[in-house]
Design a binder for this molecule. Structure first.
Ligand code: 5GP
Length: 144
C-alpha cells in the first residue's frame, strides 16, 4: 500500500516553527526535545529532528545519526531526574504501528519497577506539572 508523504502542517512542525507552544528541555541546531502533553509516565519526553520526515522509514540516515546521540543524552538525564530504574524508548511508524503525529519522534519514558504505563495519547497533563518536570530534566542535563 502507498504511504502518504511528509506534511509540514503536522503538530510537531508547528512546534518547531513556534506556532504552537511546547515545554522544551533541550535544543540544538538539528534537534529539539520537549515534554509530551499526554505523558505515559512523569518525565515523558519527545525528541525530534528539525529536519522533516514522516517517520524513521523515510528519514535521511544522516539525520538519524545526529538525532540518536540526543536521544541517548536526554534518556540519561530523564533517568537521573526521575531516579528511574530504566528508560523506555519508543518510535512508531504509520498508524498500524500506533503513530499519530507524522513527524519523526522518539519517545523517552522513565520506568520504575512495578509501575505501569498510562495509555498512549491518553490524558492531557497540567502545564505547570510539565514545566516542573522539564526543570528537573534541564537540571540533570546541565550536570552532564
Ligand atoms: P505517536 O503516536 O505519533 O508516536 O506519538 C505522538 C505523541 O505526541 C503522543 O504521545 C502524544 O501524547 C503527543 N502529542 C500529541 N499532540 C501533542 C502536542 O500538541 N504537544 C506535545 N508536546 N505532544 C503532543
Amino acid at each position: 500500500m502507498a504511504t502518504a508523504g511528509y506534511d509540514d502542517n503536522n503538530i510537531f512542525a508547528k512546534i518547531l516553527r513556534g506556532e504552537i507552544p511546547s515545554v522544551r528541555v533541550y535544543e540544538d541546531e538539528h534537534t529539539v526535545a520537549f515534554m509530551d502533553v499526554m505523558p505515559q509516565a512523569p518525565g515523558h519526553v519527545l525528541v525530534i529532528p528539525r529536519s522533516g520526515s514522516r517517520n524513521l522509514l523515510d528519514a535521511d540516515p544522516a539525520v538519524l545519526s545526529r538525532t540518536i546521540p540526543v536521544v541517548q543524552k536526554v534518556a540519561n538525564a530523564v533517568k537521573e531526574a526521575f531516579e528511574a530504574d530504566g528508560v523506555f524508548i519508543a518510535q512508531f511508524n504509520e498508524p498500524a504501528a500506533g503513530q499519530t503525529v507524522f513527524h519523526l519522534h522518539f519517545h523517552i519514558i522513565p520506568r520504575h519497577e512495578g509501575v505501569g504505563l498510562k495509555p498512549h495519547s491518553g490524558q492531557m497533563e497540567d502545564g505547570a506539572v510539565l514545566k516542573a518536570h522539564a526543570d528537573k530534566i534541564r537540571a540533570a542535563l546541565a550536570e552532564t
